[in-house]
Design a protein around this ligand. Structure first.
Ligand SMILES: *Cc1c(COP(=O)(O)O)cnc(C)c1O
Length: 474
């Protein structure tokens, strides 16, 4: 499998290079030259596989330069009950008896779906770095879920250090404790005296210094990482097999969305041949994506227009993976995509509402909706009253939107993207009681915390990194 850039320029050709790289040199995102089609016989065979075996089958279609025996070993080591608490990895459970389901993606070490891709990514990184004798210093900014998933996936891994910036005092107590209580010597938590945007600006400034970036082998694990997207394709297949008896049936999915990474994986599963009826994109008040699917207009927001909500992992103002879908939508025309993103850079938006491609968008199965704080509270209460279950705020956004897109006879699978214990305040507001906390997390907030406190100062950050990294080989 070779790779291309969504903007028509060159991309690193092989999976192992794509794995460690960021954007393509022309500023586009890296995509496979085509999506492999899975025929009926293969789908039949995949139905009986364990999660780890299925992950191996899906990944081996895209990671053709990783030796199969290694890939099999890495998927087995990531996807087992020691890491995810259950051999099923992503169990599916019914809500009521009319075809509504929850897909539990949050049984990993940090209780959010990002663990699923990140646990494999950590192992892939370690393998590819060991193969070339290289080091990687991951620099990132987090407002909660991504940073902790990355740290838990990379802790103790040879050749890798993580420098993670977070806004001091602005994460939930649970999220802060999860990250700051890690004691592994290759994990460096930096609490910045500022907001998330300050953290992100510092990361951008360091990455823009190409000399520094190269000298210290700085990399990222952000949501545009292609391997993360592929790893997420696996659970769409898995959920389909769990919800159906045979491979002619169709199902729909609803996905609480922010950077469009999760639902993009659903789109890819559908392009590979999985019989998906609808892919419902659920947003919160930050409704860039809902606006696009309703109107054909993609309009990114400034920070003044980006709301802080009670489903914070979906508080995004531009959806970084969206370009990969638009590339498919416009017939994989890189020049067209480059022109659309020039419009975004110049005017903050592009408009496909009058285009024939948008007129034909229904062939991709997408639907969308937005949910608000009061929808979330109502949904958390209704799900609790009706089914005796507590769902988190992001999952509640999904459930609220899914209701509007049910089709008779077609199962609707809602992705549970985090556990409610992570968002205690809103659960208390909705239910007047605390969210259940999974075993092993008692007393988390009283563990010793370890982090460096720093002003939003780029030279200081560079100095901090340089003091902790040997120079990368020239
Ligand atoms: C990251 C995240 C999302 C959004 O996923 P995207 O892939 O960015 O669309 C939704 N819910 C939770 C809990 C998350 O952590």
């Amino acid at each position: 499998m070779n790779y291309l850039s969504t903007r028509g320029g060159l991309a690193p050709a092989r999976f192992s290079e794509v794995l460690l790289g960021g954007l393509a040199p022309d500023g586009g995102l890296v995509v496979p030259e085509q999506y492999p089609r899975v025929d009926a016989a293969t789908l039949g065979r995949w139905r009986g596989l364990s999660y780890a075996e299925l992950a191996f089958e899906v990944l081996s279609l895209y990671a053709t330069d990783i030796e199969p025996a290694v890939l099999r070993q890495l998927t087995a080591s990531a996807y087992n009950a020691q890491v995810f608490g259950t051999d099923e990895i992503t169990p599916l459970s019914p809500l009521g008896n009319d075809g509504l389901h929850l897909l539990h993606l949050s049984n990993g070490p940090t209780l959010a779906f990002k663990d699923i891709a990140m646990q494999l990514l950590g192992r892939l990184f370690e393998h590819v770095l060991a193969r070339s004798g290289a080091q990687l210093n991951i620099l990132g900014a987090t407002s909660g879920d991504t940073g902790s998933a990355a740290e838990y996936a990379m802790r103790g891994r040879r050749g890798i250090r993580v420098f993670m910036l977070s806004p001091h005092g602005r994460m939930s107590a649970f999220q802060a404790a999860q990250m700051y209580s890690l004691a592994d010597p290759n994990i460096f938590n930096i609490a910045v005296d500022g907001v998330f945007d300050d953290c992100q600006d510092m990361v951008k400034a360091v990455s823009a210094d190409l000399g520094f970036k190269q000298r210290y082998a700085i990399g990222t694990v952000n949501s545009i990482n292609w391997a993360r997207v592929v790893a997420q394709v696996v659970y769409y297949f898995r959920a389909y097999f769990a919800a159906t008896q045979q491979n002619e049936q169709r199902v729909s999915f609803t996905v609480p969305s922010g950077n469009f990474g999760n639902v993009l994986a659903g789109h890819i599963a559908r392009e590979m041949g999985l019989p998906i009826s609808r892919l419902v994109v659920a947003t919160n008040e930050n409704d860039v994506l809902d606006e696009f699917f309703r109107s054909g207009r993609y309009r990114v927001r400034g920070s003044a227009e980006t709301f802080q909500t009670s489903s914070p992992s979906m508080d995004i103002s531009k959806a970084s993976n969206f370009e990969r879908f638009v590339y498919d939508l416009v017939g994989r025309d890189g020049e067209r995509v480059a022109a659309l993103w020039r419009d975004v850079d110049a005017r903050g938006e592009f408009d496909l509402s009058a285009s024939p491609e948008f007129a034909a968008i229904s062939r991709y199965g997408f639907a969308s909706g937005r949910s608000t704080h009061s929808n979330r509270l109502d949904t958390i209460r209704a799900v609790h009253a009706r089914y005796g279950r507590v769902v988190d705020t992001h999952t509640a956004d999904g459930l609220a939107v899914a209701e509007r897109w049910r089709e008779p006879g077609i199962p609707m699978i809602c992705l549970e993207t985090a556990l409610p214990a992570k968002f205690a305040d809103t659960i208390r507001e909705a239910l007047g009681a605390d969210a259940p906390r999974p075993a092993g997390f008692d007393g988390l907030e009283s563990k010793v915390q370890r982090f460096a406190l720093m002003p939003a100062d780029v030279p200081m950050l560079k100095h901090y990194i340089a003091a902790r990294c040997p120079l990368a080989a020239a």
